[in-house]
Design a protein around this ligand. Sequence first.
Ligand SMILES: [Zn+2]
Length: 337
Amino acid sequence: MKESKVGWLGGVVIDTDDGRMIFDPVATRDMERNAHVFISHAHSDHTLGFHSNVTKYSTEQTRRIYEKLRERTVRNWRPAEYGRRMRIGDTDIVPLNAGHMLGSAQFKVAAGSETYVYSGDLNCVDTLTTDAAEVPECDTLIVEATYGDPSFVFPRRERTYARIVNWALRELKNGRMPTFHVYSSGKAQEIVRLFNVYTKLPIVCTPIVGKANEAYGEAGVRLTFVEAETAEGRRLLRKGNCVYVTTTGSNSLVPSHASEAVATGWAVRFGSGSYASFPLSSHAGFDQLVKYVAGTGARRVYVFTGYSELISKYLRKELKIEADPLPLLSQRSILDF
Ligand SMILES: [Zn+2]
């Protein structure tokens, strides 16, 4: 049994006796034929691996959202189901809920006598569209740290939900149309569901958000909305008596009577100019991240993205865990092992 190698090489890599496992690759060139690609969720910075020729694994929901938004078909794909063990040679892989968006998955890998978990993007609280991430036990954890700085502690979600609804009602009363600039998949559906659950307001969504809404609907998350480019959608947007959900950065199509907002974890620290901003995060805040790491019982932690240096230091000092930013692997170090 050779020692497995963990690191970054165009994606998060775990090398096993049964070949290379690559999680959320950002490059598909020079990928070995015996590699196996795992896509954790449908956000576009994680889905490039769907283009590769090797065998791809993701949840059914992740594939469907990707195919709807990209209008393409994924080939050579195998379904990953929460809690259902997959086997590649002698290596076991179990996908688990990551709580980040519909279909988002962590992967627990048992290779030889070691167990690894790749967290993907992670959210540790229940939302209106997703359940909190599971906390899997493992020896080695590879975890994201988008908000791995102690200043990112988020208020209770219910409080943020209430603030968003109150703000929207006030804007409407003052003749302005509440308009949210959010990611087309994940955050947009949480906003739609929020207004569906707590108000009777009509919700208008841009076509791309509408497509992601459909994928959520097919998976059993009921969303009521009007598509912006229908006659009804255009009428509502003209009158402004609705909530408008559009994507990040799409300013050109926003009517002048709009009152604009963002919903993101960054809002606890940074303002958004003239936009209202709400700390609604799809990622774990610092306190949740530390609790999650402790809960896994991992002896070795590798941290990637965001504040990896800072939280590694914290984990070493406070939890006495071997923690470091995920090392970069050279092609040579992989071939050597
Ligand atoms: Zn994501």
